[in-house]
Design a protein around this ligand. Structure first.
Ligand code: TA6
Length: 294
């Protein structure tokens, strides 16, 4: 097991070849390489999409991997969030790397911390403490977001949070996500109307931007054809899940998304986004996910 921290990137490596890279900027995981759980298919593969046009120098949020969305999802609607651009500031701040939490031949955990920087504090008077624990295991990756309200006076922290996973998967025409049947979702790709999901397997054959409420917390993402495969996502603390693929119609207008990039991933994003979480002083909320390749 090795852990290195250089040029703003923490790299984790295990003896079986699994690895992960996390930028201090946004605490964004930008790479996770792992074999499948099955011993018969032990090829080490990259599991995340990272746009070749993404800025990695801290000038813009990273387009790929797992950007962290906090304290709000989408555009700001609450007054205190209005100074910030979409999905909030956590993905655009430099986090402190707080070191190794635990390590063995089979897994390694590291911790990142974000407290209000001078830039954030100038626009947002709410105290907060974010901790992010990334655990690389031989055949899975787990990430855990802790949100604490460290205030001592009566000042509630009202927030949302989401892990914006860009899962490497293609071709887009064969990707399915389940089980989402019978869930209510906000169909942002169609004017934000509320729908009830009737499909057993949700596909992303056209522009998809759906916010599923009261979701089950465990998801199966599958794709077929050459390079076919899958990923299971097990979550806790996140009541919602977002499925997003922009296709060419929207993707071609995203400046830092490489040409044809929308054919190479699907975003399946556990979140606390369809309502607000309120933390009283001293309270903490934890949202976590484990990604398991098949
Ligand atoms: O999570 C889906 C979404 O909110 C989409 O609406 C979408 O445009 C996307 O995230 C990417 O947002 P970004 O701000 O990173 O361009």
């Amino acid at each position: 097991m090795t852990v290195s921290d250089s040029n703003g990137t923490v790299t984790l490596e295990l003896p079986n070849g699994a690895s992960a890279e996390i930028k201090h900027f946004g605490a964004t995981v930008i790479s996770w390489k792992s074999a499948e759980t099955s011993a018969s298919k032990d090829e080490i593969k990259e599991r995340f999409f990272l746009s070749s046009k993404s800025a990695l120098d801290g000038s813009k949020p990273i387009r790929g991997g797992i950007p962290i969305v906090f304290p709000f999802f989408g555009g700001a609607t609450r007054e205190e969030h209005k100074p910030f651009s979409s999905h909030g500031f956590a993905r655009s701040e430099k986090w402190e790397y707080a070191g190794v939490v635990s390590e063995s031949e089979e897994n390694v955990s590291v911790r990142f911390v974000l407290e209000p920087s001078a830039g954030v504090a100038a626009k947002y008077d709410q105290p907060f403490l974010l901790e992010y624990i990334v655990t690389l295991s031989q055949y899975q990756l787990a990430t855990e977001l802790h949100v604490t309200n460290p205030a001592t006076a009566s000042s509630p922290l009202v927030h949302q949070a989401l892990l914006h996973n860009y899962i490497a998967a293609s071709p887009t025409s064969t990707i399915t996500i389940s089980p989402l049947t019978n869930l209510t979702y906000v169909d942002k790709a169609n004017g934000g109307v509320e729908q009830v999901e009737s499909r057993r397997l949700v596909d992303v054959k056209s522009h998809t931007d759906s916010v599923y409420k009261s979701a089950p917390g465990t998801y199966e993402v599958r794709w077929e054809g050459e390079g076919g495969g899958g990923l299971d996502i097990k979550t806790s603390g996140f009541p919602d899940v977002v499925v997003w693929n922009p296709h060419a119609e929207v993707g071609s207008k995203i400046g830092d998304l490489e040409e044809g990039g929308w054919e190479k991933y699907v975003c399946v994003e556990p979140g606390f986004v369809s309502s607000w979480n309120t933390l009283q002083p001293g309270e903490k909320w934890v949202g976590s996910q484990t990604l398991i390749p098949l």
